[in-house]
Design a protein around this ligand. Structure first.
Ligand code: ADP
Length: 531
C-alpha cells in the first residue's frame, strides 16, 4: 500500500509550530501600481507542513502577492525570509531553485504534445524522456495523480490536466507549493482527490499556499488563513474554528446577504423547447452535440452543469443563432426558430449572456453606451433605423444605476471595468430589454462574492417575474443555489433534468465525469477509486 492509499495524518499542530522556523515569512511587503496599493504592509508566515489559505475578493491583492513570492513581480518594499534567511527572488526560476512551485489556474499545456513532452518543456534541468516517463509514473502513483505520460494533452479531462501541472511542479521537489484557485473547474470527486493529495504532501512537510474564495473548501482543507482586503491583511484565522459567515465577513467587510427564493405564483408555461437537436462540429477540438432535448418554463431557472469543453460553447451558439443546425428543432413561443439568425431571435425576446465577457459580451475599447447599443439597438435605441444617441446614453446610465455597476460613467470603456462590474453591466443590458427567455453562460465566472450574489439574486428575481432562464455553469454550488431543475452536459450529451431538491452535488458530479468519459477511458474508474 503506498502512502496515498492511507488516510494521511495531519501533522499541523498550532502549539508545536510556535517554536519552528517558518518556511516562508513576508515582512512589510508593499507593491503599488501607480497610485493603487495592490499590496500594503503585508505580513505573512507560512509554517512547514501547513496548508495556508489566502482568502480575498477579486482585486484584494492575492495574485500580486503570489507573483512576488514566485519571482514574477518585484515588491517595492519589504523582506522575504525563506527558512530563516532573507532571500531575493528575482525570477520564477530563482523561486524554483529555492523550492517554490506554482500551479496556475489556467493551464499552460500544449494540446498536441504528450504529457511527458509537456512536462519536459517546463523543467529547468535536462532529462532523458524515458527516464522522465519513469519519474512521472513514480510521482503520480505516490500521490494518487494517475495520468498516462504517453497520452496527448487534448485527450485529457480538466482534472487530468491539472494533475499534469501538479506532477510537473512536484518533479522539482518543492517545499512550498502555490495553488491559484485550483478547484474552480473540477468535479466534486476530483476536488476530493486533490484535497487528499494536498493533505498527503502537507503530512510530508510540504507547505501549501492555497488561493481561493470558496469558504467551505478553506474550512475543510486549510490549517490557517490570511485574509486580504483592498491590498491589506484584514485577518489571520484558523478556519476550522470559524463559521463560513465569519470568514465571509472578514473577506468582504460585512455579512453576506442570503438568497431570497420566493415561489413563482403564476402559471408555469412552456416558453422554449429543444427537440432532438444534433450538431456535427467541424472543429477538430470541438464537440458534436447528440440528441439534445430540453424545455424551459416561465418562472423557473434550469441549470446545465458540466465542465467547459463538453459542448457548452456549441450548444450556446446553436441556441443563440450564431450557428444553425437543420437536425432537430428549437421552438420559442410555439415557433420553430432553429434556422433563424441571432438578431431575429433577439427581436422576439430571447436574451443571451455569453461566457466570454471581453470580446463577445462586450467590445473592450468601446464605451458602455456603445456596448449597450450592440444588443439593444433594434429595440430601444434607434428611431427609423438611426441611432438615437440620447436614448443610447440614457440606456447605459440606467443600466449602471439599476445594476450597481461601478464605473466612471456611460463613457467609460468596457475594458476599464473590473470583471464583476462588467458582468453586471452585460447581464443588466439583457434584462433591461425585457427578455421572455434568457440564456446565460457562466454568469459569475471570476466574479467576486458580492457581485456574484447580486447577479444570482437578479436572475432568481427575473425568473419569478415569469421569465424562463437557462444557466450554463461550471460552478455546481451556484447551480444548486439558483436552479429549480438541473441537468448535465457531458461529451455533447445532455442528461435528463432533475429537480434540484431531488439530487445532490455527488450525483451531478458523477454524471459530469461519467458521461464525459465514455470516450475517455480512465477518468471514471480513477475518480471512483479515489473518491
Ligand atoms: P486578486 O488576485 O486578489 O484578484 P490582484 O493582485 O490581481 O488581486 O490585483 C490587486 C489590484 O492590483 C487590483 O486592483 C488590480 O487591478 C491591480 N493590478 C494587478 N496587477 C496590475 C498591473 N500589472 N498593472 C496595474 N494594476 C494591477
Amino acid at each position: 500500500m503506498n502512502a496515498f492509499q492511507q488516510e494521511p495524518a495531519n501533522p499541523f499542530d498550532r502549539a508545536e509550530h510556535k517554536n519552528v522556523i517558518p518556511r516562508l515569512e513576508l515582512i512589510n511587503i508593499c507593491k503599488s501600481y501607480n497610485s493603487l496599493k495592490a499590496n500594503h504592509q503585508i505580513h505573512l508566515t507560512v509554517q512547514p507542513g501547513a496548508i495556508h489559505a489566502i482568502l480575498g475578493e477579486n482585486g484584494a491583492g492575492k495574485s500580486t502577492l503570489m507573483k512576488i513570492i514566485y519571482g514574477a513581480t518585484r515588491a517595492d518594499e519589504g523582506q522575504v525570509i525563506w527558512n530563516g534567511k532573507e532571500v531575493n527572488i528575482d525570477s520564477p526560476s530563482a523561486a524554483r531553485k529555492l523550492g517554490i512551485g506554482m500551479v496556475y489556474q489556467h493551464f499552460s499545456l500544449f494540446e498536441t504534445l504528450t504529457v511527458a513532452e509537456n512536462i519536459l518543456l517546463g523543467l529547468d534541468e535536462k532529462v532523458d524522456l524515458k527516464q522522465l516517463h519513469e519519474r512521472i509514473v513514480a510521482v503520480s502513483e505516490q500521490y494518487g495523480l494517475r495520468v498516462d505520460p504517453r497520452r496527448e494533452v487534448f485527450s485529457l479531462s480538466v482534472g487530468e490536466r491539472q494533475r499534469v501541472e501538479i506532477i510537473r511542479c512536484l518533479l522539482q521537489n518543492p517545499s512550498l507549493i502555490i495553488l491559484d484557485e485550483p478547484t474552480s473547474v473540477l468535479t466534486p470527486q476530483a476536488v476530493k482527490q486533490l484535497f487528499k493529495t494536498l493533505k498527503l504532501l502537507a503530512s510530508q512537510g510540504v507547505s501549501i499556499l492555497y488561493i481561493s474564495h470558496k469558504l467551505h473548501e478553506i474550512k475543510e482543507l486549510c490549517d490557517e488563513a490570511t485574509i486580504l482586503r483592498n491590498g491589506l491583511v484584514t485577518g489571520h484565522v484558523y478556519p476550522k474554528d470559524q463559521s463560513t459567515s465569519d470568514l465571509a465577513r472578514l473577506m468582504i467587510g460585512r455579512d453576506l446577504p442570503t438568497y431570497q427564493h420566493v415561489d413563482f405564483s403564476g402559471q408555469k408555461q412552456q416558453l422554449f423547447s429543444v427537440d432532438d437537436l444534433n450538431y456535427e462540429s467541424e472543429d477538430p477540438f470541438g464537440v458534436s452535440l447528440k440528441h439534445i432535448q430540453l424545455d424551459l418554463y416561465g418562472g423557473e431557472i434550469l441549470g446545465i452543469a458540466g465542465i467547459s469543453g463538453n459542448g457548452q460553447a456549441e450548444l450556446l451558439s446553436l441556441l443563440s443563432g450564431e450557428q444553425v443546425s437543420a437536425k432537430g428543432s428549437i421552438v420559442f413561443q410555439g415557433v420553430d426558430i432553429s434556422l433563424q439568425s441571432a438578431g431575429l431571435r433577439r427581436d422576439q425576446g430571447l436574451g443571451f449572456v455569453p461566457e466570454e465577457r471581453l470580446g463577445r459580451g462586450a467590445v473592450p475599447n468601446m464605451t458602455l453606451s456603445q456596448n449597450g447599443l450592440l444588443t439593444a439597438f433594434r429595440k430601444e435605441l434607434s428611431d427609423w433605423g438611426l441611432i438615437n444617441f440620447t436614448k443610447m446614453r440614457a440606456f447605459a446610465e440606467q443600466c449602471i444605476e439599476k445594476f450597481g455597476v461601478k464605473a466612471s460613467g456611460a463613457d467609460a470603456e468596457a475594458r476599464s471595468l473590473s470583471g464583476g462590474n462588467l458582468q453586471k453591466f452585460i447581464v443588466g443590458r439583457e434584462i433591461l430589454q425585457n427578455p421572455k427567455v434568457l440564456i446565460v453562460s457562466q454568469p459569475t465566472w471570476g466574479v467576486d462574492v458580492g457581485a456574484a450574489m447580486f447577479i444570482r439574486q437578479t436572475l432568481i428575481d427575473l425568473s419569478r417575474q415569469g421569465v424562463a432562464i437557462l444557466v450554463i455553469s461550471e460552478e455546481l454550488e451556484e447551480l444548486f443555489e439558483i436552479s429549480d431543475r438541473i441537468c448535465v452536459l457531458a461529451a455533447g450529451q445532455l442528461s435528463k433534468p432533475m429537480k434540484t431538491t431531488d439530487t445532490n452535488a455527488e450525483q451531478i458530479g458523477l454524471l459530469m465525469s461519467g458521461i464525459a468519459n465514455t470516450t475517455n477511458s480512465t477518468e471514471i474508474s480513477l475518480n471512483q477509486a479515489h473518491a
